[in-house]
Design a protein around this ligand. Sequence first.
Ligand SMILES: NC(=O)c1ccc[n+]([C@@H]2O[C@H](COP(=O)([O-])OP(=O)(O)OC[C@H]3O[C@@H](n4cnc5c(N)ncnc54)[C@H](OP(=O)(O)O)[C@@H]3O)[C@@H](O)[C@H]2O)c1
Length: 257
Amino acid sequence: MTTALITGSTAGIGAAFARRLASDGHNLVLVARDKKRLGEQATELHDRHGIEAEVLTADLATDEGIEAVAARLSDRKNAVDLLINNAGFGNKGLYLDVPMADELKMLKVHCEAVLRLTSAAAESMRARGRGGVVNVASTAAFVPRGTYGASKAWVVQFTQGVAKDLSGSGVRLMALCPGFVRTEFHERAGMGTDNIPNWMWLDADKVVAAALADLARGKSLSIPDPRYKALMGVAKVTPRALLSGISSKTGRKYGPK
Ligand SMILES: NC(=O)c1ccc[n+]([C@@H]2O[C@H](COP(=O)([O-])OP(=O)(O)OC[C@H]3O[C@@H](n4cnc5c(N)ncnc54)[C@H](OP(=O)(O)O)[C@@H]3O)[C@@H](O)[C@H]2O)c1
């Protein structure tokens, strides 16, 4: 039996990882800010699948939160075999409408926390000669899309670079780049989604199934759907000006402040 730690486990893609890993028999460390929701999730997964589910309440936009999770990942007596860096969010509004504090918070959660938690996990995994890290990025990493896209591009570049540095160590790293997934993400960010066509929406459980299959195959980058694989192929050869025109509108309709 192995242990997986999932950040942002209580909703959306993180909750789908928790369901799938629990049903595969892994013990879990569940991380998010909402203590009550974490407790309910842990009880449900334990009762349904008979696994051990530990909860760790932490805000990854703070140093204390990051340090608490890093300390858990460095605990070699209770080793974590798989880290899913999934916690993330969108800000409401276009550039300059978003307060600087919120832009910086995004970089803290999407980049600094991912760097520090990956490092804590990878160090102890390398010492044991095995382990895996999935860093949840986005297809927004491949298109111009403000701080959100830039932070996810960092996640992809960082993860693929580190995967190479650690090749042969027994530690696998993979950046996961889903397209639009039906979760709480858009509502939390106050984003209108009615201009996103139905065919662009992915199901979180299917995203997770494809991601874990790609991780098992040893991929360092996973785009978990043929539709988005094709779209990202087109994006590569589309002029940046045209691409930014499309990506700055799609899924970025914000309601009143
Ligand atoms: N949905 C999409 O279309 C989509 C597409 C591509 C990539 N992604 C990425 O997928 C990841 C998961 O997003 P989702 O769509 O599943 O979002 P979601 O449904 O809103 O869930 C977000 C999760 O992250 C936790 N969280 C948020 N801020 C946190 C913080 N500061 N510290 C600790 N935990 C925090 C939330 O719990 P608490 O509020 O209790 O902390 C929740 O469990 C994100 O990195 C997102 O960028 C999403």
